[in-house]
Ligand binder design. Structure first.
Ligand code: ATP
Ligand code: MG
Length: 273
């Protein structure tokens, strides 16, 4: 299958500090790809550079085969939406105003607000369950409500590629699963390419077609969850001891971390010795 996004020899830096080094990454079209890795390994930096919010030191990002550096911002925004980590809304902005900003790439002097814009906004509000909050200001919402408002803005943009940096942060268990199910459905039914950062390895395994584990400025491993996630990877990438078993409901890898300390049943006793 064609790649939605490809990075070629991509090096990302802040000042003289290299965060991502000469990265060649391919993100398949129509799949869910999840970036995993420890705090500070460069997941957000990579995601932001894929959305062209950060200029590469060297190398390029290709969007369906074309160099993004040469595209107009509006063209990119019609094809790719990004939910950054910890986004900030201007004070006093309402949820409705925020979600409507997702339609900005479609507006021109000649073609302003249309019924289609209205429909996309309402659909996004409904999908994220925040219709009742639409007149509240974003800064008055709880962390989870605010996160859903931002997700709604990203969905209202109605792009084939959706990038999300830790979309489940602040969400309770119910809303975590609801949002991930919603992204899964957008992928299944509408063939959208989803690229997201998740910290919960078990949810990553459940929802991802493709996992990209990042460590030491590079891809440490990439592939299907069942091929990538095992005790060794978790030890190498997160420096964490764990058991990896099979999720009884989904058949995907299920990681049970125990760190270096307390573990009541010894590994040998559960057949992993
Ligand atoms: N604007 C910046 N200026 C300088 N250094 C930065 C900047 N943003 C991030 N960094 C540094 O770059 C490294 C990678 O940061 P990044 O935010 O990409 O990590 P991450 O993998 O997303 O981590 P987390 O899981 O904590 O979100 C970190 O060491 C961070 O301190
Ligand atoms: Mg991050």
């Amino acid at each position: 299958m064609a790649d939605a996004i490809e990075t070629k020899n991509l090096t990302l830096t802040y000042g003289d500090t290299i965060i991502i080094n000469e990265l060649d990454l391919r993100i398949p079209k129509g799949e869910i790809t999840v970036f995993i890795g420890g705090n500070g390994c460069g997941k957000s930096t990579l995601l932001r550079s894929i959305a062209r919010l950060l200029k590469p030191r060297t190398g390029a990002v290709l969007l369906e085969g074309s160099a993004m550096a040469k595209m107009s911002t509006k063209d990119i925004a019609k094809r790719m939406a990004i939910l950054p980590q910890s986004p900030l809304a201007p004070e006093g902005l309402t949820v409705m105003q925020l979600v409507k900003q997702g339609r900005y790439p479609y507006q021109t002097w000649l073609k302003q607000w249309t019924e289609e814009d209205e429909e996309k906004v309402n659909r996004a509000l409904k999908a994220t369950g925040i219709q009742d909050l639409k007149d509240r200001t974003v800064d008055s919402l709880s962390g989870g409500q605010r996160q859903r408002a931002w997700i709604a803005m990203t969905l209202a943009q109605d792009t084939d590629i959706i990038l999300l940096d830790e979309p489940t942060t602040y969400l309770d268990m119910t809303h975590q699963i609801e949002i991930l199910d919603l992204l899964f459905e957008l992928n299944e039914k509408e063939n959208r390419t989803i690229v997201m950062v998740l910290h919960d390895l078990n949810l990553a395994c459940r929802y991802a077609h493709n996992i990209v584990a990042i460590k030491n400025q590079k891809i440490h491993a990439q592939g299907k969850p069942e091929h990538v996630i095992n005790c060794n990877l978790v030890k190498n990438v997160f420096d964490m001891e764990c058991e990896v078993t099979i999720d009884p409901l989904f058949g995907t890898p299920l990681c049970i971390p125990y760190g270096k300390g307390r573990c009541i049943i010894k590994r040998a006793e559960v057949g992993n010795g």
